[in-house]
Design a protein around this ligand. Structure first.
Ligand SMILES: [Zn+2]
Length: 204
């Protein structure tokens, strides 16, 4: 057995991953006028580095890993809807969170995707620096490319801390984005069915 400081009083040495990122965070604290050596901030660079790695872990995810073994052939051509998927992302302009709900629907074309995979696709793109419009589009496009459905609709309602915290006085406003592909774009009835199911009454 290795003697890794057993019996000694020295605390177990913590690994320090991401030292360049932690150094940058330490420097940021200094630039902002903080004393990065005060007790409350001592471990902040390490914590923030870990947090940022998690919040941007979508860069390391691959769609193939998410959908593998989860595509099924079916004889079913009614609309599939997963609504109220929680979304947490970071705006790329201010690196502040935006968060809300995402609703995803598609009309199958002999293939469906495991329902639990849809929130994972949302997370894969949400855990990157984003703008809401692109996030919405990437989710729709990825589902389209994975199962070639007759159509895909994605609607996202989100609140942005960069708007809420910075005195823009829009604390209660939500941004709503949508992407409609295939039948959701060309067939008004399909689009309206989706919107009324996820948003209540159809909105203009
Ligand atoms: Zn922003």
């Amino acid at each position: 057995m290795k003697d890794s400081g057993k019996g000694a009083t020295a605390p177990r040495k913590k690994e320090q991953p991401d030292e360049p990122l932690q150094a940058a965070i330490r420097q940021m604290l200094i630039e902002l006028g903080e004393d990065h050596k005060r007790e409350g901030l001592l471990e902040t660079p390490e914590r923030l580095a870990r947090s940022l790695r998690f919040l941007t872990s979508g860069y390391q995810m691959r769609i193939e890993d998410i959908v593998k073994n989860a595509l099924y052939s079916v004889i079913y051509d009614e609309m599939v809807i997963v609504k109220d998927i929680e979304v947490f992302s970071m705006c790329e302009h201010h690196l502040l969170p935006f968060f809300g709900k995402c609703h995803v629907a598609y009309l199958p074309n002999k293939r469906v995707i495991g329902l639990s995979k849809i929130p994972r696709i949302v997370d894969m793109f949400a855990r990157r620096f984003q703008i809401q419009e692109r996030l919405t589009h990437q989710i729709a496009k990825t589902i389209e490319e994975s199962i070639r459905p007759q159509g895909v609709g994605v609607v996202m309602e989100a609140r942005h801390l960069c708007m809420m915290m910075r005195g823009v006085e829009k604390q209660h406003s939500q941004a709503i984005t949508s992407t409609m592909l295939g039948a959701f774009r060309t067939q008004q009835q399909t689009r309206e069915e989706f919107l009324s199911l996820v948003l209540g009454t159809p909105r203009a």
